[in-house]
Design a protein around this ligand. Sequence first.
Ligand SMILES: Nc1ncnc2c1ncn2[C@@H]1O[C@H](COP(=O)(O)OP(=O)(O)OP(=O)(O)O)[C@@H](O)[C@H]1O
Length: 372
Amino acid sequence: MEDIILSDITKTFVPSRSVWQFIRGIKEDNEPVFCLDNISLTIPAGKTTVIIGPTGCGKTTLLKIIAGLIHHDTGKILYGDKELSELPPGERRIGMVFQNYALYPHFNVKDNIMSYFFFKKLSKNWTEEDERDAEEKYRRTSRLLDVKLEHLSGRFPKNLSGGEKQRVAIGRCITRDPRLFLMDEPFSNLDQPLREKYRVQLKKLLSYFNITTIYVTHDQHEALLLADKIVVMREGRIEQEGSPEELYENPRNIFVAEFLNPHRFMQSLNLIPGDILSDEYLGRVIGIRPEYIDIPAKKSVKLNNVVKAEVKDIGSFPLDNKRIIKLELEDSSVIETEAEGDFRIGETVEVSFSRFFVFDSITGERIATHIA
Ligand SMILES: Nc1ncnc2c1ncn2[C@@H]1O[C@H](COP(=O)(O)OP(=O)(O)OP(=O)(O)O)[C@@H](O)[C@H]1O
């Protein structure tokens, strides 16, 4: 198993003329859409790489280029020392699961999952041992995906729920023994509780089979749960790549810092003007993760990490046993964190920051991380 290396991948789309332009004989070229800008990236073997970024940043296009569904303008995709893009799609051993499930409608669940073996079985070389291996693979995949065999194996796709179809599509890809597994928001059609359940199953499955996977999503919780490596994209470029911990603890800029949010009820970063803390940070932006805000202020931290704030709001989330407190600082900026202790709305408190980022206020780049 080898890493997959993307080197300087570029893609520009030239939109075709609309019917209206065609009828009116309007010849002027439509503006080209610059989609991917020199993407270089290593996809580690046997790990899950999650690509995340705002809509239109080029995630799906990158995935389609890797799958060989569209061609890139420049650059290389290497699997070891082989150029993946020069291999015919059939030899690439790439499994894909996209939002639409694309199951074979006339195959039942078991035959869909086993479809890879369908034609192999017709060949003379198919042995009893191959049959046992295929059955074993089917059983393991089904168990890990929680596809209840006794209920589902004989059903046809039209009689399955969205979640069931999606799991069958994933199972079908896995039994094909892919070298690379590509998934584009596979759970986006499902409701929240189901998404959470299936993500956990998928994580188990991917680590069990050690499949090199690229997973595209908008969803930060999904990214943080599934990823061994996260790639944050913006406007056709990679903003930062690394482990979820690296990106969360050492974001390159405000965009990345705000993008990854493990908290369900709070923003991931509180931004305040630097001069509120000290003249040393005049013209800078300070970013504080909610978990590094202490109320009341810790005695041990330096005085210039302490600010006064008014309690503006306290929100309760009893099912999660959480209370979120919103605090207004002297310049009217509002920060929020988890409340531990009793507070009254309108009360003034002293707050300290045990760790914070210092960002350039124009470029948004991180200049320093300050630890008290
Ligand atoms: N065939 C095409 N012709 C012209 N422009 C295209 C084509 N395919 C994609 N684009 C443009 O390229 C950009 C990137 O599209 P892409 O689908 O890769 O984004 P994305 O990050 O996957 O977005 P989303 O999260 O909304 O799915 C968009 O501006 C899109 O409009």
